[in-house]
Design a binder for this molecule. Structure first.
Ligand SMILES: CC(C)[C@H](C(=O)O)[C@@H](O)C(=O)O
Ligand code: SF4
Length: 487
């Protein structure tokens, strides 16, 4: 019997052959397609008159350019470029017999939200998409890799890619989370400790008690940001939480077939004696909610920590990056992020645009209205998420609080549609990237945090400790507490 990591086992099962250049040819079990990165790849196939090899394993949706205002979702779209991309996806999927979750399907949404919720993503699979956040799918114990246009072409044409096996780092997450602290905080903590390029050359296997306790939506949020930590992919071994989630989903077989699949899924989990290239332990027991203070996801602090100074960093590169971040964000070292004014609150994305994210944020918003100066957007990650939230009356809570309740898409995560920051607006955002210009304005400022922290910031008009909104407020921090820490 073979013994090893899930990564080793999944890789071996999908390895077609070793290529002359030393890379492996890897079979791709599920190919997800969106409108931005696919048109050129389909074009290359057309030029050579090649058919899509596995249309039944290929699923498309539209997310990046999708207008989130109901009235703007009529075809042709107002934005010519967006219409062109969507039109290309219409044609490419229709001509090749590929399922396309378009606006009319009722299933449209962000690729990494749609595939898991429909049960397309399953343990032990290789999942590829022309999108860096394909790591998300690792939450099920699959290997999700983001690929470029030429690899999309290769998958369309052959169902496989040339790939290099990575090292595996086990990240053991010890402890249990405080109230008000969630999966998003765990992954931000990991990136704070290991850095934005700490994972280069590796895939991350997340495990340990704090990970096992997470539901599937939390696990998806953790794996989603593996790429922000520099890892090629990130995964969590499948367990009962995974199987319970999958049971009954649209693309998951039922009855005897499900039981057989489950046996297979159990067999591909990492063995207890698996050997890792590296093991790191992170303790989240006393952790506070996390917020970024800079312009990459690793420039992040617990809300109880002061913003660091450039000299706190070891390398010259990190020191310069810190200075650039302080300048861009207009903050001083030693300052607390508590009380940092925000103009926009944005809740959604493939990190935190799922039902549990909106449920928890709604609990915070209940009985409150957002601050006068704040523009607040709630953008479900998929139309399925939107309908579920509406069935639970969550949309009403958001609307009554003063949020705009939108249709599904990537939206202000990267502003490829009309949803964008203006000028130097600052956003409390549940997304995964805070690079300069990311949310559509070169002077815009992004502060990454969990959905409940976004909701709390929307109400206060500034960054606040969400625990002030719970009945037991003992743990909530004020800016004074933090400057005392700094002194
Ligand atoms: C547009 C797409 C290629 C891009 C990605 O690869 O991740 C986007 O989804 C992002 O989050 O920046
Ligand atoms: S929600 Fe953001 S991170 Fe996710 S796929 Fe869309 S643009 Fe990329």
């Amino acid at each position: 019997m073979s013994s090893g990591t899930l990564y080793d086992k999944v890789w071996d099962k999908h390895k077609v052959t070793e290529l002359p250049n030393g890379q492996d040819q890897l079979f791709i079990g599920l190919h997800l397609v969106h409108e931005v990165t696919s048109p050129q790849a389909f074009g290359m196939l057309r030029e050579r008159d090649i058919d899509v090899a596995y249309p039944g394993r290929t699923f498309a949706t539209t997310d990046h350019i999708a207008p989130t205002e109901e009235a703007k979702r009529k075809r042709p779209l107002e934005d010519d470029q967006a219409e062109k991309m969507l039109d290309a996806l219409d044609t490419n999927t229709a001509e090749n017999g590929i399922t396309f979750f378009d606006f009319e399907s009722g299933r449209q949404g962000i690729t990494h939200v749609v595939a898991p919720e429909l049960g397309l993503t399953q343990p032990g699979m290789t999942v590829a998409c022309g999108d860096s956040h394909t790591a998300t799918h690792g939450a099920f114990g699959s290997i999700g890799v983001g690929v470029g246009t030429s690899q999309i072409r290769d998958i369309l044409a052959t169902g496989s890619i040339a790939a290099e096996k990575q090292k595996v780092r086990r990240i053991e997450v010890e402890g249990s989370l405080n109230e008000g602290v969630y999966a998003k905080d765990i992954i931000l903590k990991i990136i704070q400790e290991l850095g934005v390029d700490g994972g280069v050359g590796h895939v991350y296997e997340y495990g340990g008690p704090a990970i096992e306790e997470l539901g599937m939506e939390g696990r998806l949020a953790v794996c989603n940001m593996s790429i922000e930590g520099g890892a090629r992919a990130g995964y969590i071994n499948p367990d009962e939480t995974t199987y319970d989630y999958l049971k009954g989903r649209e693309y998951v077989p039922e009855g005897e077939e499900f039981e057989q699949l489950k046996e297979y899924w159990e067999s591909i989990a990492s063995d207890a004696d698996a050997e890792y290239d590296d093991v790191v332990t992170i303790d989240v027991d006393d952790m506070d909610p996390m917020v970024t203070w800079g312009i990459n996801p690793g420039q992040v602090v617990e809300i109880s920590e002061p913003v660091p100074a450039p000299e706190d960093f070891e390398t010259e590169t990190d020191q310069e990056a810190a200075q650039q971040a302080l300048d861009h964000m207009d903050i001083e070292p030693g300052q607390s992020m508590l009380g940092y004014d925000i103009d926009v609150a944005f809740l959604g994305t493939c990190t935190n645009g799922r039902v549990s994210d909106f449920r928890r944020a709604a609990e915070i918003l209940e009985g409150h209205t957002i601050d006068d100066g704040v523009r607040a957007l709630a953008v479900p990650g998929s139309e399925t998420v939107r309908r579920q939230c509406e069935a639970e009356g969550i949309d009403e809570t958001f609307i009554e609080a003063g949020f705009q309740w939108r249709r599904a898409g990537c939206s202000m995560c990267l502003a490829m549609n009309d949803d964008s920051l203006e000028g130097d607006e600052a956003a409390a955002s549940s997304s995964n990237r805070n690079f300069i210009g990311r949310q559509g304005s070169k002077d815009g400022r992004t502060v990454l945090m969990s959905p409940v922290m976004v909701a709390a910031a929307a109400v206060e008009g500034e960054i606040t400790d969400v625990r002030r909104f719970y009945d037991d407020r003992a743990d909530a921090l004020t800016a004074e507490d933090v400057s005392e820490v700094a002194d």
